[in-house]
Design a protein around this ligand. Structure first.
Ligand code: ATP
Ligand code: MG
Length: 426
């Protein structure tokens, strides 16, 4: 059966010729509707009478949200740009259009792209490939991510409910990596209320992440604009602040966040993302596939990250929450293999040697080893919160800071700085 296609390329000089050629020749494609604007295209998509849409980059009011709605309606999208217009291609890709062709491509090439888009074959878009396959493993130093250089790495800091210390860990890792010479970007992507700006004492009037997502939705986010939206806290540390008002969560659409992370990889060698705790998929919404999902942002970051840290508390209640959260994560994203960081370790809530007992319990109940232990140090964290500064600034000699610095070094692929100091090699 022939593929039913909507077009929305009105205004382009080549429109009539292309649509005629697609329809006329036997490419297995039938143009069922020529839409004049985005509104008509979305309305047509909602009727369920077409499986694909061919649209031009010049279509007015086209943005990432419209592309997401088309996809959610089961309409695969192929974009057309004026030949050689790289900026327009990039804009479309950022909106989530994985297949983009020059408008002077042969009709049969365009028809094939439409068929492949419907069939779900991977396109050239970076979202569709599994980026993890091409990335170095933990411990391998990343290439410098300067202008036009190789991709930096993305670390997601996640964990269960109960405030185990995700933000504390995320802030410290980005800061310590920067102090060790790795350019770092800290992204606050907590859709239940971001606090990174407050923790770092930044007088943030408009969340950088929301502005970046907006630009990504319009296809105009690039590494320069992302850099401008982020605070430069010190020479190698940038911070993209989050949504302090939790009710603004719909602004963080997953596709837009993917684009933000893609640009972040060009901006910094290491991007650390402070994520929300919840990975539940909203069942009530599962029949309305176009509805925004609050946890979509978190799931997207966890899926896209090169490493996922699961930060756990160290008492029995927190550990049980961690085991449960790891189970939920396995259900929704079985490919993601988080590593567990147990924070706030102290004598008291767990009998015996807390590290040994905790490691055994986590391994037994979740099947995952504990990769790192961070001591409880209320004095250090309180001093940091009171001053709106980082642990390195207010408690440089604390055990908590030392442990976080070692973890940052490991994630950045650098030798442990304390080990260097111990052996006298500086
Ligand atoms: N190792 C630690 N020792 C002592 N206090 C800590 C430690 N880590 C975090 N805290 C404190 O615990 C509290 C919660 O930490 P944080 O805000 O980092 O948690 P969270 O997981 O991001 O929470 P939320 O669910 O609010 O996002 C803060 O007051 C923080 O200073
Ligand atoms: Mg937090």
């Amino acid at each position: 059966m022939s593929l039913q296609v909507f077009t929305a390329v009105t205004g382009a000089a080549w429109e009539s010729e292309l649509v005629g050629a697609l329809d006329r020749d036997d490419h297995g494609v039938t143009v069922v509707r020529r839409c004049v604007d985005v509104a008509e295209l979305l309305a047509a998509a909602a009727t369920g009478t077409g499986q694909a849409a061919l649209l031009s980059a010049e279509l007015r009011r086209l943005d990432g949200a419209a592309v997401a709605r088309l996809t959610a309606a089961g309409v695969a999208v192929v974009g057309l740009v004026e030949p050689g217009d790289e900026a327009a291609s990039e804009r479309l890709r950022q909106m989530g259009v994985a297949r983009v062709l020059p408008a002077d491509a042969e009709p049969e090439v365009i028809a094939r792209a439409l068929r492949e888009a419907v069939g779900g074959a991977p396109g050239a878009g970076r979202e569709l490939a599994d980026p993890r396959a091409a990335l170095p493993t933990l411990g391998v130093p990343p290439e410098p991510a300067g202008q036009g250089a190789v991709r930096g790495r993305v670390i997601a800091v996640w964990g269960p409910t109960g405030a185990p210390g995700r933000t504390t860990v995320a802030v410290a890792l980005a800061d310590e990596a920067a102090r060790l010479g790795t350019s770092s970007l800290l992204v606050d992507a907590d859709v239940y209320g971001g606090v990174v700006a407050q923790v770092l004492g930044l007088l943030d009037e408009s969340p950088g992440i929301a502005a970046a997502a907006r630009q990504a939705g319009s296809g105009i986010l690039d590494v320069g604009s992302l850099a401008r939206l982020a605070w430069a806290v010190h020479p190698r540390l940038r911070v993209l602040t989050g949504l302090a008002r939790a009710d603004r969560w719909p602004e963080l659409r997953p596709q837009a966040l993917l684009s933000v992370l893609a640009e972040a990889r060009h901006l910094a060698q290491l991007t650390v993302v402070d994520c929300a705790f919840c990975v539940e998929e909203d069942e009530e919404l599962s029949f309305d596939t176009a509805a925004p999902r609050r946890n979509g942002a978190t799931l997207t970051v966890l899926e896209e990250a090169d490493e996922v840290l699961c930060v756990s508390g160290a008492d029995p209640v927190a550990l049980q929450r961690t085991v449960r959260a790891l189970g939920e994560l396995r259900e929704v994203l079985p490919e993601v293999e988080p590593f567990v960081v147990v924070n706030q370790v102290r004598r008291g809530p767990v009998p015996g040697d807390p590290r040994r007992e905790i490691a055994a319990a986590v391994e037994r109940f979740s099947g995952r080893p504990v990769r790192s232990f961070l001591p409880a140090d209320r004095r250090a964290t309180d001093a940091a919160l009171a001053a709106g500064r980082t642990l390195a600034e207010v408690a440089p000699g604390s055990g908590l800071r030392t442990a976080l610095r070692a973890l940052a070094a490991e994630l950045a692929g650098l030798p442990d700085p304390s080990a260097r100091r111990r052996t006298g090699r500086r």
